[in-house]
Design a protein around this ligand. Structure first.
Ligand code: ADP
Ligand code: MG
Length: 267
């Protein structure tokens, strides 16, 4: 069974335009997606296609205009209060900008200790901090625990942020363009970490990107979005090697390097 599923999910924004009143934008338009436990699913599409809005709908930062979100078989579209808080812990988001995501005044250790303290089990927090840093390959932990964000590279910051998201034991990660601001050489390292997380923790990951090259490296399946709609979906190999949709074909033609699969490394 899917761990998370959307049915005909739609988000409309009303944009005020001067005196004439409102203009309505359908940012996400009847989107149905699913993700299984430990699956990595790509959401790919050009800028403005609705990817980030879909991500915000999934973590319930936005309320859907219509459609449903189903988590572990339960319709949670209108979840409120304590139950909503609980759900939000299970689904964590990682954003594009590793420079904005960490507090410059605090150490790596501080960033991990806080969510660990909040998330229940307070036993052996120091051990858990080291474990998290090892998981995201910020290693050895003893060297990095006391460092401040400005002492880290962009890739290291993004991995520390990832560790922070993992501290509350989420079932699902939503990574919205997590490597787009990083050097090409660093991207693969982060994608390898994502692969290893699914192997070791069984976490499900939505990997959101405009970049077909990186999406091919790590995902099992892909949804291609255009103008708020899913225009194509299927296994990564099927979509990238044998696209059915014209728009997907154009995206692939515009991708300079052919993708290479990352073979998951055993932990
Ligand atoms: P992507 O992440 O694929 O670049 P977005 O989800 O950010 O796309 O945006 C999809 C469309 O919705 C765009 O046309 C964008 O301008 C519009 N949009 C996104 N967020 C808002 C908002 N808060 N208010 C109004 N329009 C928005
Ligand atoms: Mg976006």
């Amino acid at each position: 069974m899917s761990i998370l599923e959307t049915k005909d999910l739609t988000k409309k924004f009303v944009v005020k335009s001067g005196l004439i009143g409102g203009n309505s934008i359908v940012a996400v338009d009847g989107v149905s997606v699913t993700i299984d436990p430990a699956e990595i699913v790509g959401i790919v599409g050009a800028s403005g296609s609705g990817k980030s809005t879909l991500a915000r709908l999934l973590v319930m930062l936005y309320r859907a205009s219509s459609g449903q979100i189903i988590y572990n078989g339960v319709d949670i579209t209108n979840l409120k209060g304590k139950k909503l808080k609980e759900y939000r812990r299970n689904i964590q988001m990682v954003f594009q900008d590793p420079y904005a995501s960490l507090d410059p005044n605090h150490t790596v250790e501080w960033h991990l200790r806080r969510p660990l303290l909040i998330s229940g089990d307070k036993k052996d927090i120091d051990g858990r901090i080291d474990e998290l840093l090892e998981l995201v390959k910020v290693s050895p932990p003893s060297v990095y625990r006391g460092k401040y964000p400005h002492q880290l590279s962009g890739g290291q910051r993004q991995r520390v942020y990832l560790a922070r998201a993992l501290a509350v034991n989420p079932k699902i990660l939503i990574a919205d363009e997590p490597v787009s601001m990083l050097d090409v050489s660093v991207r693969v390292e982060i994608l390898e970490v994502l692969q290893s997380l699914r192997e070791r923790l069984g976490v499900s990951i939505f990997y959101i990107t405009h970049d077909l090259n990186t999406v091919g490296m790590v995902t099992d399946r892909i949804y291609v979005m255009q103008h708020g709609k899913v225009v194509e979906s299927g296994t990564t190999d099927a979509v990238l090697n044998n696209p059915a949709d014209d728009y997907t074909r154009k995206l692939i033609e515009a991708t300079p390097d052919p993708y290479k699969r990352i073979t998951p490394r055993q932990a």
